[in-house]
Design a protein around this ligand. Structure first.
Ligand SMILES: [Zn+2]
Length: 277
């Protein structure tokens, strides 16, 4: 690639961001009929797996960004405090992991959801989120202008780049930074599985672990070589089961064996980008 190399802080060769999506029960408890088994699948995240991930990333000295729906923060206030006490960032991810977004909710409704979630964070951890991660569904073209107006300073919601960028608002590049993530760096398409209701629809996977971690290692090699910004989307109930989180540790070891990798939170990466690009 002939493009100009990004100048990361302290001469780092590339940036790596682990976003941890603690969707918990919120993905599964929205139907009219209770689905205790499905809800328990989501609950495994905050109930069992977050502690494992906190311990692992503490051992490896990796700062992360935890995107937590307000509902889950309300359910697990001690988890929230623990995440913050380990030095991680907490970001916005809906109140109930709302899947409708702007497409069928008036803007005011969505602003109410943001306010409710931010109030929850403020009450539990004494601060509000600066990072916005859109939930499952898509959003309208000018949504980022509203996120910016509501006090967010960056988002990690898009898929179309492997570098951060300034979001265009009203036709001009703004101080609102997008730190895009990629589906191939999401554990969901490879590993998520719920029997009923079927999730993903078709129920045609759980992928072989070695293959997925081999994909991620090769992707890292590419990001490292070209000096890009690698953004993972990991879900505790998916990645935090006994076999997989061990492999995640091995992947981190592999990355750490390469000199000059900048492991940072979304807030750190977006702040740095705003100051330098
Ligand atoms: Zn989510």
């Amino acid at each position: 690639m002939k493009e100009e190399r990004i100048k990361w802080p302290n001469g780092a060769k590339c940036a790596v961001l682990f976003t941890i999506h603690v969707d918990g029960e919120s993905l599964y408890n929205r139907g009219a009929v209770p689905t205790p088994r499905s809800v328990s699948y989501g609950r495994y995240g905050p109930f069992r797996a977050v502690d494992r991930l906190l311990e692992l990333t503490d051992q490896k000295d990796i700062p992360c960004t935890y995107f937590v729906p307000g509902q889950i923060a309300d359910r697990y206030p001690d988890m929230m405090k623990k995440i913050v006490s380990y030095g991680h960032e907490v970001g916005f991810h809906g109140y109930n992991h709302e899947a409708s977004m702007y497409t069928d909710l008036p803007v005011e409704g969505w602003m109410e959801i943001i306010k409710r979630s931010q109030d929850t964070f403020d009450r539990i951890i004494g601060k509000t989120a600066v990072g916005y991660c859109a939930t499952s569904c898509d959003f309208e073209e000018d949504a980022m202008r509203i996120w910016n107006e509501m006090g967010f300073r960056y988002s990690s919601s898009m898929r179309g780049d492997d570098r951060p960028y300034r979001v265009e608002i009203d036709g001009k590049p703004s101080d609102f930074i997008e730190v895009p993530a990629r589906w191939e760096l999401d554990d969901y398409p490879f590993f998520a599985y719920n029997f009923y209701p079927p999730l993903p629809k078709g129920q045609d996977r759980i992928s072989g672990y070695k293959g997925v971690f081999d994909n991620w290692r090769r992707e890292f090699d590419g990001y490292y070589r070209y000096g890009l910004c690698m953004v993972f989307m990991l879900h505790p109930q998916i990645i935090g089961i006994p076999g997989r989180f061990r492999l995640l540790g091995e992947l981190i070891d592999y990355m750490k064996a390469c000199p000059d990798v900048w492991f940072a939170t979304g807030e750190q990466i977006s702040d740095w980008w705003r100051e330098n690009y």
